[in-house]
Design a protein around this ligand. Structure first.
Ligand code: NAP
Length: 645
């Protein structure tokens, strides 16, 4: 079997009637792209009928019903012929045809760099292009024997482990939890689901044909990561329930000594030449310093530490925080509780998205599983929709007359669309409308997805939306200056200590200085990955890599791991002891990144509260580059910018 179908479980496919029914459920542009793969015949995308327009959250190219019908019937004939021939293996089209299909779907020429990036991501040829480019050690050709310690077994730690294993580099994973999954293990609050499309929020090499919803819920995501963990047989590599406290670089031995606390409270130390952090930035809960909170006698818990022993039925619940987590929790618990008091400090922008809670249709699940290339072309559509155009929405135009309520003309245009959505949902309640309509530009804080469930929840008679600041809590209530709200349970959906990167670990570099002291509250990393003075230390999801405009975090961690892999290749092939960026390169990169951030709204003084900002009001954790630029920056290690010893 060749590449296009390699990832797919190509079972004998059903009869023609079943196939016809399945095709009705599909994205016709993705279907025709996969038919070109199946037949090797590009004429399927060269006819008169073609997608008319490529629009966000629309997967049919705005084609008319009759047009879709004709293309589906062509596809049915092609698939039936393939089936009659016994579903033979298929080869990917050549690059020119892939480019042609991309342009056909996108309804515009996809620029060369994007096309190359997406071809790598889709990997239709099945070459695993982001693997660490060294041959496996069992071939006996590694010049330098390296071992690695990976901190964390969430999305990024798991990725690192898979790559290290493929390359034959020995490694151990140290994980504070009892199981794989990171965010998707810890966040089990009601309503928890990903708000990036699942078929993009998945590894490029581990596509999922098992998601039942377009935006998978936590249990499915947990299962997805668990499946990959099992498939790669990573269990023997992990120390579970072991929390890294300290890692110290030993320059003489050219090793990291990593000290962690085990489940029984004892300390252990392991050593390795390479240290990879996969802890992410949205991991340590932010517990707000609310006066009197410790006196509250009922259950109080953070969204990422949900207490499932608490039965919310018939309870009065204070939900503090209306960000990404609160937005999901409110609608999920509203039917159980007697009263829900939502404390919202800042209203959030939300993008209308009818697919947000919707399930995949049976035909789609079938096609993801059995139709060669369909999943990859559907992923291409998601990637192109969630591409870099959105970055321009937060670009500051100081001459824009409506600044800073909107950032520029594009921002103003989107604001209108988003305001209309809010008005359509709660426009008949002017007081609520005013409370939920943000006064800052869209995308300046984390944008949320909505299918109406959040706004509907706020209109329920037993729900209060409180926008006054909380001034105190006592044993049974949460109060603003004017009102006291008696509650039984407090849920803190108050986010994470995002700018305190690597907190609370102590990472000590060559000169005995910790990374926290090096940063002094201004975390930074060369290409988001490494820091001078900390040899062979690499961060996945490090400073300057958070995505706030588009894309999927899994895409960027794959870029980072591909870059780490290139650094490891250099060490191995050159028989080197260590690699780290030079101070000059680090400073230059940090300054360029900061200068770019200054051109965007994320850190603008008018944005009062945002996890994007650090205590000094600056943005250190986000990636201000276009996805395609970051992809290029992390393609290979630039040796001129590094100290290799
Ligand atoms: P968040 O978006 O930072 O929201 C925290 C909420 O708590 C905000 O409404 C914030 O108000 C409020 N808050 C914080 N401190 C407060 C205080 N002292 N008093 C009153 N209100 C306070 O946190 P999150 O909802 O946990 O989400 C964090 C990030 O995790 C997201 O942006 C996203 O990247 C990721 N996430 C993703 C998903 C998903 O994919 N489905 C789900 C959850 C989280 P202000 O807005 O005024 O600061």
């Amino acid at each position: 079997m060749t590449a296009v179908s390699e990832h797919l479980d190509v079972q004998p496919i059903p009869g023609e009637e079943d196939i016809a029914a399945a095709l009705d459920d599909l994205s016709v542009p993705a279907l025709m792209a996969s038919v070109v793969c199946l037949t090797g015949d590009p004429s399927y995308v060269r006819g008169q009928i073609r997608p008319r327009e490529f629009v966000m959250n629309e997967f049919q190219g705005k084609m008319a019903e009759g047009e879709k019908l004709q293309l589906r019937s062509q596809a049915l004939r092609a698939i039936s012929t393939w089936r009659a021939a016994g579903c033979p293996p298929v080869s990917p089209p050549d690059e020119a045809v892939i480019r042609e299909i991309m342009d056909w779907i996108a309804c515009e020429p996809v620029p060369d760099d994007y096309a190359t990036m997406y071809m790598e991501e889709m990997d239709l040829a099945g070459t695993n292009p982001r693997a660490i480019p060294v041959a496996a050690a069992d071939n006996g050709i590694h010049a330098r024997q390296l071992s690695a310690i990976v901190i964390g077994c969430g999305e990024s730690g798991l990725l690192a482990a898979i790559r290290l294993k493929e390359a034959g580099i020995p490694f151990e994973i140290i994980e504070k939890n009892h199981d794989v999954g990171g965010t998707w293990l810890e966040n089990r609050y009601p309503g928890c689901r990903v708000d990036v499309a699942s078929h993009y929020y998945s590894y490029s090499f581990g596509p999922s044909d098992e998601f039942s919803e377009y935006y998978a819920q936590q249990p499915e995501l947990y299962r997805y990561f668990h499946r990959l963990f099992d498939e790669h047989d990573l269990g023997p590599h992990v120390h579970w329930q072991c929390e890294v406290e300290r890692a110290v670089w030993d320059d003489e031995a050219a090793q990291w000594h990593v000290t962690f606390r085990t489940a029984d409270g004892t300390q252990e130390t392991r050593s390795a030449e390479v240290l990879i952090s996969g802890v992410g930035i949205l991991n340590r809960p932010l517990i707000p310093d609310l006066p009197g909170l410790k006196h509250f006698t009922g259950p109080v818990f953070h969204s990422a530490r949900w207490d499932h022993s608490v039965d919310l039925r018939g309870k009065r619940v204070a939900l503090i925080g209306a960000g990404a987590s609160g937005f999901q929790i409110g609608p999920a618990i509203v039917d159980q509780v007697e009263r829900l008091v939502v404390f919202q400090r800042t209203p959030q922008w939300m993008a209308p998205n009818p697919r947000y809670h919707a399930g995949l249709k049976p035909g789609e699940i079938w096609a993801m599983r059995h139709l060669p290339g369909y999943g990859q072309w559907y992923r291409f559509m998601l990637m192109w929709q969630s591409s870099d155009k959105m970055l321009e929405m937060v670009r500051i135009d100081p001459d824009w007359p409506d600044f800073p309520r909107t950032a520029n003309a594009f921002s103003a245009q989107r604001r209108e669309i988003f305001v209309k959505w809010i008005e359509d949902n709660v426009g008949d309640d002017p007081e609520l409308l005013a409370k939920v309509t943000p006064s800052y530009p869209p995308m300046t804080k984390r944008m949320l997805q909505d299918n109406g469930s959040w706004l509907r929840c706020l209109t329920r008679p037993h729900v209060d939306l409180v926008t006054d600041h909380i001034v105190r809590c006592d044993e049974s209530s949460v109060s603003t200056a004017d009102e006291r709200y008696e509650v039984d349970v407090i849920v803190l959906a108050t986010g994470f200590r995002a700018s305190e990167v690597l907190f609370p670990m102590e990472i000590v570099g060559r000169d005995g200085v910790s990374i926290t002291d090096t940063w002094q509250g201004k975390p930074s990393a060369y290409r988001g990955v490494s820091v001078p003075g900390f040899p062979n230390f690499f961060m996945l999801g490090g400073p300057g890599t958070g995505l706030a405009h588009a894309g999927s975090v899994i895409f960027t961690t794959e870029c980072q791991m591909r870059y780490v892999g290139d650094a490891l290749r250099l060490l191995i092939e050159g028989d080197h002891r260590s690699i780290e960026p030079s101070f000059e390169a680090y400073d230059r990169y940090r300054d360029e990144l900061q200068a770019e951030c200054e051109t965007l709204m994320w850190g603008h003084p008018s944005i009062e509260h945002s996890w994007y900002k650090a205590a000094d009001g600056k943005v250190y954790v986000l990636c201000p580059w276009r996805l395609v630029d970051y992809w290029k920056m992390t393609a290979a290690v630039d040796q001129d910018d590094h100290l290799v010893r």
